[in-house]
Design a protein around this ligand. Structure first.
Ligand code: 6R9
Length: 571
């Protein structure tokens, strides 16, 4: 494999020496950044919001720049703090207490963030749901969490089940709604009447804050439960990885229905008191570049699927915009194809920094720090305070360059504290003191981690292990290929053969010659055994809302099997 390295760049970053950071590091040392170190009282909403609103120099700073095709709004720390006080009062009036689950089923908007902080201020547990969920997905989550209150919009209310939710007491409607039964709360009306003073509910570090539902390879989605303690790691990675500085304008493109949209769309930027851009609605490449240009975004956290879309629309587009404010780009959610890193250097003249973590881990664990050289295709190295390794199925550590299960030494601040209502599922993540990720990877001699696939996705063809990501990366280097999803298809002789689903770039048509050319391209560029024996052209590749290729779904289609839970499928 091509091992070109992208060296560290001076100037743009607050470079911190990796080894020095790791030396004698203790999470306890990070406490000094928070008021609870002296008061003993904690609440994420205080540290991320009210603290700035109380600071005479910060209070009138723009906390949130919200925009969608129909609306643009700038909200200061003070105003967001006051508004969330109002919402906290509403929740309290309706009897919400510490630990109650309050769910949000609504698009990104200033109201979303107001309500979110209001929930934390009463010490309830927030459960954000993707706005594109259909009724069954909403029901599963509200039932399992036994949510007491749901906040939604009139449009989305149609997808909120009205039966079999005995715990759901009230539905807050953000917008016009005619039904005046006392089940509904009119958001705008009550916000006007509520006081903007609120005594925040102080909690313990280990008290619950957030419930994110995520799909595994089997069964119903599981509720991953996070606590206020996580803020230490959000703050720390905000400094080391996001490289946030006082005057940054930061944009995380993720929806808060996904953990990236809360940990890094809410907590990390606001713990650092930076201006946070939120863009609602669907995007075109023009939209993305416009957003970066218009708000002079300096730090940008996005995902490979978005970057690949930009790549497919060409580098020339980038030069139509003034992106001179942009100084730092990061990616998460899926393997970052080396081709995209190379493209980023040309298109933005910037390194794209991959970061690896999971809903369960709550915050970044393996990253490309600005002060580390980038090895394209690698996820980077563990952050300070984190020990990562590769283990075999018995939980033994493996030497460098051997593929196995990526595992993390138990016990870091942002780690999930339970799986809601499912202790045995929670237990199943751990072995010999390691948190076992379910991702296959290897570590090179220098401590860089290389992602190979979800363990359940790894292809075994004629005894050769092939990571679908490697093949997908090669496929999209072909000039005709926009996106690719690769699976192993059972084969009587070879165990599995490689089947690729692809979409084509504009201007290309499916012909037998083109498919053969693509096959040869992989065969000569990667290896014969990695070349897909079958290629099928699609209009789109099924992905989760966080941008992961749903290989499981491709496989079910291929084998004519039931498709199982597809509630996180991007429609
Ligand atoms: C934050 C988030 C977790 C799974 C994880 C892995 C994949 C995430 C990645 C990556 C390769 C990266 N993943 N980041 N794979 N390189 N930089 O994505 O959480 O939605 O729970 O997904 O995503 O397979 O196990 P979540």
């Amino acid at each position: 494999m091509d091992m070109k390295v992208v060296p560290v760049r001076e100037g743009n970053y607050n470079l911190k020496d990796y080894e020095k950071l790791r030396e004698n590091f203790s999470w306890d040392d990070m406490k000094k950044y928070f008021s609870w170190d002296t008061t003993g009282k904690v609440n994420m909403a205080y540290e991320a919001l009210d603290r700035h609103a109380e600071d005479s120099e910060k209070k009138n700073k723009i906390a949130l720049i919200y925009s969608d095709p129909y609306r643009e709004e700038k909200v200061t720390f003070k105003d967001l703090s006051k508004a969330s006080n109002r919402f906290a009062n509403i929740l309290k009036d309706y009897g919400v207490e510490k630990g109650d689950r309050v769910f949000l089923f609504m698009p990104r908007s200033p109201e979303f963030y107001t309500a979110f902080f209001g929930i934390l201020k009463v010490a309830a547990v927030a459960g954000p749901l993707f706005e594109a969920f259909m009724e069954q997905a909403v029901r599963d989550r509200l039932q399992d969490s036994e949510a007491k209150i749901l906040i939604t919009t009139p449009e989305l209310l149609k997808r909120v089940p009205q039966e079999n939710l005995p715990n759901l007491e009230k539905i807050v409607i953000v917008g016009d709604h005619i039904d005046d039964s006392d089940k509904y709360i009119d958001y705008y009306k009550e916000m006007e009447e509520a006081s903007d003073e609120f005594d925040i509910e102080w909690v313990d570090l280990e008290d619950g804050m957030l419930l994110h539902y995520t799909s595994g390879s089997t069964g119903k989605p599981k509720g991953v439960y996070h606590v206020h303690h996580a803020m230490i790691q959000h703050y720390a990675t905000g400094e080391w990885v996001l490289d946030l500085k006082e005057d940054d304008t930061y944009w995380c493109t993720a929806d808060p229905g996904w953990v990236t949209g809360t940990s890094y769309g809410i907590f990390a930027p606001w713990l650092h008191g930076v201006t946070n851009v939120v863009r609602g609605g669907r995007f075109t490449p023009e939209d993305w570049y416009n957003t970066l240009e218009k708000y002079e975004v300096s730090v940008w956290y996005t995902a490979p699927t978005a970057l690949r879309l930009l790549v497919s629309h060409g580098e020339e587009k980038v030069s139509n915009y003034n992106l001179s404010s942009l100084r730092h780009i990061m990616s998460v959610g899926e393997p970052l194809n080396p081709e995209v890193v190379t493209w980023g250097l040309k298109a933005f003249n910037l390194r794209i920094h991959d970061t690896w973590w999971m809903t369960e881990t709550g915050a970044q664990l393996i990253v490309n720090l600005p002060s580390l050289e980038i090895r394209p295709g690698s996820m980077g190295k563990p952050i300070p305070g984190i020990e990562a390794t590769i283990i075999d199925n018995e939980g033994n550590e493996l030497p460098p360059n051997q593929m196995g299960n990526l595992a993390i030494k138990e016990g870091w601040p942002a780690m999930m504290r339970k799986i809601w209502n499912n202790p045995s599922k929670y237990e199943s993540y751990f072995m010999n003191g390691w948190y076992v990720s379910g991702d296959s990877a290897y570590k090179d001699e220098d401590g860089y981690f290389w992602f190979q696939g979800r363990l359940d996705d790894v292809i075994n063809t004629s005894g050769e292990r092939v990571g679908p990501f490697e093949v997908e990366s090669k496929l999209i280097e072909h000039k005709a290929v926009a996106e690719a999803g690769v699976i192993g298809k059972p084969h009587p002789e070879r165990g599995e053969i490689i089947k690729a689903f692809i979409t084509l770039n504009e201007g290309y048509e499916e012909t037998p010659e083109l498919l053969e050319d693509i096959r040869t391209f992989v065969k000569t560029g990667l290896s014969a055994h990695a070349a897909p024996r079958e290629i099928e052209v699609k209009d789109s590749i099924p992905k989760t809302r966080s941008g992961k290729i749903m290989r499981r779904l491709l496989k079910s289609w291929e084998l004519g099997l039931p498709t199982g839970d597809t509630s996180t499928l991007e429609k």
